[in-house]
Design a protein around this ligand. Structure first.
Ligand code: HEM
Length: 216
């Protein structure tokens, strides 16, 4: 399993697999299938996949620890960038087909419709994360600051879930399922952080061994 996950072929295959949802969105249009409401179809599919990729990205660290598969970390950046990619498609669909790039209309929407406001916040938070996802930016910011910044992924996912929940009328099961998943992932990270803190405090509290005096 370790060898399989460490292979560059696995990464390339996952890259192609992540393009599957895009192919499934495009296919009905090129295949000449009738779609009753194309705008709604694209908006919902891209929104769903943005949220799924956010959850996949957040699940990497807990799965890595739970399954003892450190190689899984190799896929986190790619999954996060795919979340951003589908979010860009989702936002572009709204800007282009829904609002025809009418900036005043868009601002009115962001200001007046809470589900759009929170979706906009979820998307905006992903921009600095996508920009700083490179090794160069990790070096420039330093590991600690980079990790703190990238915790915004959780806030983006929470906003994404609220955005979903606020727009559905009665079918609340799916947004609630996402809320449970994001909550569980957040609880895992919080528990992990608390455990590490306790371990460090315990290690610091242990009596330090006196250094050996070489002159004796
Ligand atoms: C990380 C950011 C975002 C996530 C995770 C997200 C997620 C979603 C989800 C899951 C849906 C519902 C899909 C379904 O019903 O199956 C949706 C729908 C929608 N989203 Fe987003 N979204 C995000 C950002 C945005 C932004 C920035 C806008 C516009 C400013 C936006 C506008 C919409 C609209 C107009 C709909 C369709 C609502 C309807 O049909 O009633 N979203 N989004």
């Amino acid at each position: 399993m370790h060898k399989f996950l460490a292979s560059s072929w696995t990464k390339a295959c996952l890259f192609l697999l992540c393009l599957g949802p895009l192919a499934a969105i495009i296919w009905p249009f090129v295949g000449g299938h009738t779609i009753p409401n194309p705008l709604e179809f694209i908006q919902h599919a891209t929104g769903d996949w943005t949220l799924r990729f956010l959850v996949f990205t957040l699940a990497v660290t807990p799965l890595r620890q739970l399954l003892r598969l450190p190689e899984l970390i190799r896929f986190r950046r790619m999954l996060g960038l795919y979340a951003f990619f589908y979010a860009c498609l989702h936002f572009t669909t709204y800007l282009w087909f829904d609002k025809l790039f009418d900036v005043r209309e868009i601002w009115k929407d962001v200001y007046k419709r809470p589900f759009i406001t929170v979706g906009f916040l979820a998307f905006t938070l992903l921009i600095p994360l996508a920009i700083t996802s490179t090794a160069g930016w990790i070096r420039r910011l330093g590991g600690r600051r980079w990790r703190i910044l990238h915790r915004a992924m959780y806030i983006s996912a929470i906003c994404g879930v609220i955005h979903y929940y606020w727009q559905v009328k009665s079918a609340v099961i799916r947004p609630l399922l996402y809320a449970a998943l994001v909550g569980l992932l957040l609880a895992w990270r919080a528990a992990d952080w608390l455990l590490r803190r306790r371990r460090t405090a315990l290690a610091n509290a242990l009596p330090q061994r006196a250094p050996i005096d070489a002159s004796r």
